[in-house]
Design a protein. Structure first.
Length: 259
């Protein structure tokens, strides 16, 4: 075994140890910590995943036994339709202009949007998500405002009455949010009354509202209606949307971007 291979194995073992302690690591964090390229960091993660020592997620990795727990389902959702979410994130980021104020809701697709804002300048971004805030702070070129309230340990996001009170005082250029379910007829839906109230509060403070949702959300149903579809301005989704559903969105005046 060469010295280079040995160094690589030692680095991988150290990465696995850090993941065991922290739970998650991004490719960028590995690259910076070990002074290697992001391509090398990805190869290290691929090697560790092949040995079942870690679990790959979009943009990084998590320890294996963290995946099946209920404490952080957002980390598990990052794996689902990861490439589609990355493209949706890119498309949403392209609709955000420098110097704008943006209200960015958390969730796996919201995090995908945040990861694509590194080339923007002088944004003010308000979020309810610890993951989104952490990603934006890592980029280091935005003003980041974290909303207040109780933290939901399952989503690593702020919830509660205080959050809704703060939102009611805001005005922003753009709101970007995901949804549990969406249809032209029923609009946006959420799993609980509290989730619906928070999403409604987000939507009401934006001059321009963008919903980011992969096409699986058209087949899903959720208990509580949030807003009718006419309350949003644009939908960004993937090619899985059916022509019939797309036509219904167009008939209701909703701009749909397909990635």
């Amino acid at each position: 075994m060469s010295n280079t291979e040995l160094l690589g194995l030692e680095r991988q073992e150290r990465i696995a140890q850090i993941l065991e302690q922290r739970g998650t690591l991004t490719v960028a964090e590995i690259s910076e910590s070990f002074e290697v390229s992001e391509a090398t960091a990805r190869r290290d993660l691929a090697a560790l995943a092949a040995r079942n020592m870690i679990r790959r997620v979009h943009g990084g990795a998590m320890r294996v036994h963290a995946v099946a727990t209920s404490e952080s389902p957002i980390l598990h959702r990052q794996e689902q339709n990861a490439e589609i979410k990355r493209r949706i994130g890119q498309a949403a980021a392209s609709r955000i202009q420098n110097n704008e104020t943006v209200l960015l809701m958390g969730g796996s697709t919201g995090l995908a949007v945040a990861r694509e804002l590194g080339e923007h300048a002088n944004l003010t971004i308000i979020t309810d998500s610890l993951f989104v805030a952490n990603e934006l702070m890592r980029q280091g070129n935005h003003k980041v405002i974290m909303l207040g309230g109780m933290i939901d340990p399952a989503e690593f996001a702020v919830r509660g009455t205080l959050l809704r009170l703060i939102l009611s005082e805001l005005q922003v250029d753009k709101v970007v949010l995901g949804t549990k379910a969406i249809s032209p007829q029923r609009g946006l839906s959420a799993e609980s009354a509290e989730e619906a109230e928070i999403a409604r509060a987000f939507i009401h403070v934006g001059h321009h509202v963008i919903v980011v949702a992969d096409s699986s959300k058209f087949q899903q149903t959720a208990l509580v209606r949030v807003v009718p579809i006419e309350s949003i301005d644009a939908l960004i989704t993937d090619k899985g949307i059916s022509p019939a559903t797309l036509q219904l969105f167009h008939e209701r005046g909703i701009f749909v971007e397909i990635v």
